[in-house]
Design a protein around this ligand. Structure first.
Ligand code: ZN
Length: 399
């Protein structure tokens, strides 16, 4: 059994001051940049744009809760959408555009008559988005004919996009479903659905807007434009956990990377012959956290001066490395290491590898969220409050 253990690495005060300044500038600029987010299109179903290489498949997952320096909470789904609940004022503003029937169903928990909704018999490929805020809620991949007269699905687009609450109205005990972001009433979920979930999400057509596959997302329905970076800093349990706590990190998962074999097992990697590093794939919202801030955090959460070793863990798989996904990241990471070296931020030379990322293989399920699942403490620093300034709590997410 390997021990997850980290050296709390201290950086100079001068560096911390620089970090705080850069963080404030980047975050301030990010708010403006977000407005220019490019509209994505639906290109494949089931849709989950951040699952291109590897993501845990054990849904449902609790969505991430993050903190911005302004103390504004940001909640992301694993599929890559921001699902921070809208304030009532925003919902009221959006509800103005609704038809009387859409308003009655979504804002007053109405139910449309059976066999009357316009999406009941829709068999086209595409996504069913919230008619109020545009968030994708269901897809054609999970639609089935329940015979009830209402559009039915056995699974949501992402479990975090659909909220549930008890409904005791009309003398019945039911589970109401709502849009997790704007609170629109959608329908109910029952336990009599088909496999594999056994669930039947019973929808009102009036609460949905259908978007054909290949067409742009509706207004407000775009995913967060994410970036990905990979970090190896010894045992991936603690590195993953620390990145999960960062504001703007949508997901951090553990895997193996830059080795000689495909899809290795933990046992194979532990032989120290496959060339893989224990690595963490970090998907992040660059309008909230920059790649530079991720670098700042990375160099505080591990010791970059010990070659092929991290604390008591020895072997090439425990090497310190940054695996970049773009030439820009590569250049920035190299410059960052050069800057740390020039500043003598560490007492010994930095041995961190900086290279372009090759294929990332997701580690076994029991390695994912290991620290959270086991409650095992890593002797690790939480670098994010210092990087984001004192207003950020750096609170561990519910992830
Ligand atoms: Zn909504």
């Amino acid at each position: 059994m390997f021990v997850c253990w980290f050296y709390p690495v201290r950086m100079s005060r001068r560096l911390f001051a620089t970090v705080a300044l850069v963080a404030s500038v980047v975050v301030y600029g990010a708010f403006a940049a977000r407005e220019g987010m490019r509209r994505g299109v639906i290109d494949d179903l089931p849709i989950a744009p951040n699952t291109e290489t590897a993501q845990p498949t054990t849904a449902p997952k609790t969505p991430r809760t993050d903190m911005k320096p302004s103390t504004t909470k940001h909640i992301y789904s694993r599929a890559g959408w921001e699902i921070t609940p809208y304030p009532k004022s925003k919902v009221d503003e959006l509800a103005i555009k609704l038809t009387p029937e859409q308003f009655r169903v979504t804002q007053n928990s109405g139910t449309e008559p059976a066999f009357c909704g316009n999406l009941l018999d829709n068999k086209k490929d595409g996504a069913y988005c919230c008619v109020v805020c545009g968030l994708p809620l269901f897809t054609s991949a999970h639609k089935f004919n329940s015979g009830t007269g209402w559009p039915s699905f056995y699974s949501p687009f992402d479990p975090a996009h659909v909220a549930e609450r008890n409904d005791s109205s009309h003398g019945m005990e039911r589970t109401e479903i709502n849009c997790a972001r704007c609170g629109a009433h959608l329908g109910h979920v029952f336990q009599d659905g088909p496999r594999p979930t056994g669930l039947r999400y019973c929808l009102n057509s009036a609460s949905l807007q259908f978007v054909d596959q290949g067409q742009p997302w509706p207004a407000g329905g775009e995913p967060v434009k994410t970036e990905t970076a990979y970090f190896a800093g010894g045992c991936f349990w603690g590195v993953e956990h620390t990145f999960q706590q960062a504001p703007g990190v949508i997901s951090a998962v553990s895997g193996y990377q830059q080795g000689k074999t495909k899809d290795p097992t933990y046992k194979e990697v532990c032989t120290d012959t496959t060339g893989h590093a224990e690595s963490v794939k970090v998907v992040f919202d660059p309008t909230v956290i920059s790649f530079r801030q991720l670098l700042e955090g990375f160099f505080q959460m591990h010791d970059p001066t010990t070659l092929n070793r991290q604390g008591p863990d020895v072997g090439e798989q425990y090497r310190s490395a940054i695996f970049c996904t773009s030439p820009e990241q590569l250049e920035q990471a190299k410059a960052f290491v050069a800057d740390l070296t020039a500043r003598n931020a560490f007492k010994k030379p930095i041995v961190t590898q900086v290279e372009m990322a090759r294929e990332f293989f997701l580690a076994e399920e029991y390695h994912q969220d290991y620290v959270e699942k086991t409650g095992r403490a890593c002797h690790n620093v939480n670098p994010w409050p210092a990087i984001f300034g004192t207003a950020a709590s750096g609170k561990a997410s519910a992830h």
